[in-house]
Each structure stands twice: as C-alpha cells, then as structure tokens.
Design a protein around this ligand. Structure first.
Ligand code: G6Q
Length: 541
C-alpha cells in the first residue's frame, strides 16, 4: 500500500477540493480581473494559459507542496545527473543528454556521454548531407527519393509525428514514409508508391529483435531483391538505427551503415537519438538540431526554474489535481494546428506507457488513480464529432488546446477562423450558457419544453498552449514540455515512468499462440474463448 495519499499535502488538497467543488469558473474570473496575468506564463516561445482551470493560487501552493513532499527537486536532479531513475531496469533515462546543446558534461556510470552523443550526431550529419545532396546513390546509380522508416512504438511514433509536423521543412525531392504495423497492408501500400531504385529503408529498432519491425524489414528486403536481383543492393538501400550491432550484422546490414544509441535511451524518449534519423534526413540536420535545441531550452527551464514558475511542473500538477482530487479519468489533447495532428497519438504512448502503472517504485499497490486515458484529434474536426460530450455530457474532461498564431501553411486566410474556433471552444467550455442567457440568445425561438437541451453547464477546464508558428525549435520545446510533465506526475504518484512491463505479457502469449495457429501445437489447454476463436480461424482459412 502506498503512503502518498496519507501525506499531509494530499489531505490538504482533498479538503481544499471540497471548498472549491461548487465554484464555477465564471465566478473565479469574476472575482479576479488579474486571473489571466496571474495564471499564465511564457517560456521557450510558448504561452501557457492555465487560468481556465478549477483552481486558485492556494491550489497551486498546495500542489507545489505535494510535489516537494514527493521529492520532485531531488528526482529532477537525479534525472539530469544520469542517476539510475529507472529502478526496475537499473538504468538512467538520459534523453536530456541527447539534446544537451551546451558543454555541460553528463555522466553515466562515471563517464561523460557527451562525446559519444556528438560523434553520432556528426555521423548523422554526414549521412544526411549525402542523401539530401543526391550523392548517396541507389544500386542502379540513382539518387534517393523515398525514405521508409521501419520501426514501431518509440521507434515510429516520434519520428512520424515530427516528420509530419515539420513537412514545411522537407527536402523537395524526398518523401518519407513510416511502416510499423505487422499487417502487411501498411507495407504493401508504401511499396506500391515507392520505387526500389530510389528508396532507402531505415530499420529503426533499439533492440533489433522486435517481431513487427524485423518481419517488415525482411519483407522489404525481399521486395528490393525481387526488383534489383542482386544481394549487394542491400547495402545501398538499407541502414539501421540500433543499440545492438551484432543483430544488425546478422540481419545483413553493414555496421558502417548503422547509427548507434544506448540502453539509457528509453524507446518512447528516443526521438532525440539516431532514431530521429528519418526526421534529420527529411528536414535537414540543421533543422533537426533546432528541434534538439528547442528541447534543450525546455530542459534548462525545467531544471532551473522554481516550481511555481516552471511550465512542465505546473502542467503536471494541474493534471494531478484533476486525476486525484476530481477523479477525472481522461485527458483530451486538441491541437488547433493541423501540423500536429499526430501529437495526440504520440502523447498517448508518452503518457500512458510511462505512467500507466499500478505499483510504486517499491512495488506497493497504489491507492489512487495514475495516468488518465489520453485521447484527441486535430482541432476543428473534433468539434463536429465528439465535442458534444465535452459541452453537454456527464463527465469532467480536462483538455489541452494547442494553438498556433500563424499556421505553417495559410495561403488562403483560414487562420482567423481557426483561432476564433479555438478560443471560442475554450470559452464555451468554461462559461457554458445558463437558462437566462439561453432565453435571451434564442429569443422568440425559445421553446421552454426544450430549454434543458439548449443549456450548457460550462465549468469544463482547459489549458491552452500557444506559440507564434510551429518551427523545429518550438516543436522540440513542446515535446520536452510533455516529457517533463509526465516525469513530474510520476514523482507525485511515486511510480517509475521509464519501464513498460505491461507490454510483455501480450507479446509472450502471441509467441505461444503462433504454433497453434500454424497447426503445430495443441490448443486444448487454452481458455474456451481462445479455443473457439482458433477453431473459427481454422474453419475459415
Ligand atoms: C517504448 C517502448 C516501445 C518500443 C517498441 C520498439 O518506450 O519500449 O514502444 O519503442 O517496442 O522497440 P525497438 O525499438 O526495440 O524495436
């Protein structure tokens, strides 16, 4: 049993929640004309407005007390100093070293890792240059036009999200695709578009043992060889990103064409390592380094700013406030910037794989909610789909709105309507509309019998993150903001955010089921449902 919720800070927050329970956000704004000035902040080119939340200055003080009692200052120091913060795997989690653009040495096991990090960045730069300049030639002598990143989970979601988000920075000759799913439909689709003579596959896998990735990589190699009819073509069309040289060699990729990273880089935190190679080739090494610099700027802010002026700390604590004291179960991510359409999927992994845990670092069962379900889609589309529930449903759902002042691609003057919609939604969710206002708004059309259907309770909380336009630097800062938010929450919940044992059991059972599906193993010991499903599969082959 975890002690977190028996602490003074936790109890004080529970009592405080009772006192705020019946206060509407409208009242909080009416009571304090300075609310926006007091409950918003800026750093790294990002404005964070957290005024539309069910909280007061006192709430924040109490939450900071919880963070302090949970040892946040100490944990933050340990994270940046390369301590073993991932206790179940006995590892550091040093994604901050990968984007450390300062000269500050960062030690793992007594060795400064920065020279190795910078060597790989140099190798990536040389590679990106040759591909982008058309000097890296395919087997038949043609420059590369298509990049296919084969990877899954952390070796897919980050590079894919960033490549999409920064499409404006793409080299005009290069098109980049991401293959992750085991179902060959995804690979087939990509292979139907690209040309074997001008395609470069990046096999991205930390372990180089992941079933989905290796299966797809083998099929891609088979496709290439069917077209080019020469085994030596593989070296011109395949490179690897991994921590495991032997397995890369065994697959048939020359270690010269391998980009290394290390076990102290977690999968979902690996975008900043050579796993970002597909991004770097697509947008160019200088822009990729800007992404790292943006993340580094947020790291420095997180590392040095006092808790009450610390953006990731505030974002994390506000999430804890809702999850543990208002018992919310989901968190919406709503980007009003189409470039960030994949951000909700990326954050699903970052947040849910990191903090979807039920025991503390010490292995005791937690007695409180941990990570909420994270979900969302690009802005306006959601308005015409599920926002109904946000406005008039029965659940309290905190939402993060992410908004660009300028879209990357507004040739036709769409941006003011986009901004109007984003601001209107946060306002409507907060204010709602009472009966008096509804009668006034509807005038003669107001039908008293239908009035309840036209009311909006409001009081739905939201954060709003706004920046001028999505550049590599801003995107880097934004991602690092969420990474540190997740870390802050993990500290408050007393859990390890850097392991992911929850994904093991399903993998293991899949490996056991495969022989049964191939008719080479007896299935009679399986549960009734699995036996029934296997029988259906066999009879429909
Ligand atoms: C992330 C997870 C997971 C991992 C994939 C791919 O934190 O560990 O999503 O990234 O399972 O693993 P490989 O990179 O080893 O293929």
């Amino acid at each position: 049993m975890s002690s977190q919720q028996h602490s003074q800070a936790w109890k004080a927050l529970q009592t405080h929640q009772h006192s705020l329970k019946n206060t509407h956000l409208r009242d909080l704004f009416a009571q304090n004309p300075q609310r926006f000035e007091q409950l918003s902040m800026q750093t790294c080119g990002i404005l964070f407005d957290y005024s539309k939340n069910r909280l007061s200055a006192e709430t924040l003080t109490l939450l900071q007390g919880l963070a302090q009692d949970s040892g946040l200052n100490d944990w933050r120091e340990r994270l940046f100093n390369g301590a073993v913060v991932n206790n179940t795997e006995q590892r550091a989690a040093l994604h901050v070293a990968l984007r450390n653009r300062s000269d500050r040495p960062i030690q793992v096991d007594g060795h400064n890792v920065m020279p190795k990090v910078n060597q790989v960045l140099d190798k990536m730069r040389r590679f990106c240059h040759t591909v982008r300049e058309g000097e890296w030639l395919g087997h038949t002598g043609k420059p590369i036009q298509s990049i296919v990143n084969i990877g899954i989970g952390g070796s897919d979601l980050g590079p894919k999200m960033v490549t999409e988000a920064l499409d404006n920075y793409r080299h005009p000759r290069l098109h980049t695709y991401f293959d992750s799913n085991l179902d060959a439909a995804q690979l087939n689709h990509i292979l139907s578009i690209v040309d074997p003579e001008t395609t470069l596959f990046i096999v991205a896998s930390k372990t180089f043992s992941t079933q989905e990735t290796l299966t797809n990589a083998r099929s891609a190699r088979q496709w290439l060889l069917e077209h080019l009819q020469d085994d030596s073509a593989v070296s011109k069309h395949f490179v690897a990103v991994s921590t495991h040289t032997e397995r890369v060699k065994a697959f048939g990729i020359d270690p010269e064409n391998m980009f290394e990273f290390w076990d102290w880089v977690g999968g979902r935190y690996s975008l900043w390592s050579a796993i970002g190679l597909s991004v770097a080739v697509t947008i160019g090494m200088d822009n990729y380094l800007r992404l790292l610099s943006g993340a580094h700027a947020m790291d420095e802010h997180f590392r040095t700013a006092p808790l009450e002026q610390n953006m990731p700390v505030l974002l994390g604590l506000i999430g804890v406030w809702y999850t543990n004291f208002w018992q919310t179960r989901t968190q919406a991510i709503l980007p009003y910037d189409y470039a960030l359409k994949l951000l909700p999927f990326y954050l699903q992994q970052l947040e849910m794989e990191s903090n979807g845990k039920r025991v503390t670092r010490e292995g005791q069962a937690v007695e409180y909610n941990t990570c909420p379900v994270v979900w969302g889609t690009a802005g306006n589309n959601g308005q015409h789909a599920y926002y109904q529930l946000l406005h008039q449903g029965t659940q309290l759902i905190p939402a993060d709105f992410i908004v660009a002042v300028h879209s990357q691609a507004d040739k036709y003057g769409h941006q003011n309507p986009v901004l109007a919609n984003a601001l209107a939604q946060t306002r409507a969710l907060m204010l709602g509309r009472n009966s008096e206002e509804t009668r006034a708004a509807l005038g003669d059309e107001c039908d008293e019998a239908h009035l309840p259907h036209r009311l909006f309770p409001g009081n739905q909380p939201s954060n709003l993150l706004m920046y001028q336009t999505l550049t590599p630097d801003i995107l880097g800062s934004l991602i690092a903001l969420y990474e540190h938010k997740v870390f802050v929450q993990s500290v408050c919940w007393g859990i390890n955010p850097f392991d992911q044992w929850g994904v093991e059991l399903g993998k293991q059972m899949a490996a056991e089921l495969l022989p049964a599906l191939e008719g080479q193993a007896d299935a009679s010991h399986y549960d009734g449902s699995t036996q029934g499903l296997l029988a259906f599969i066999q009879s429909h082959r």
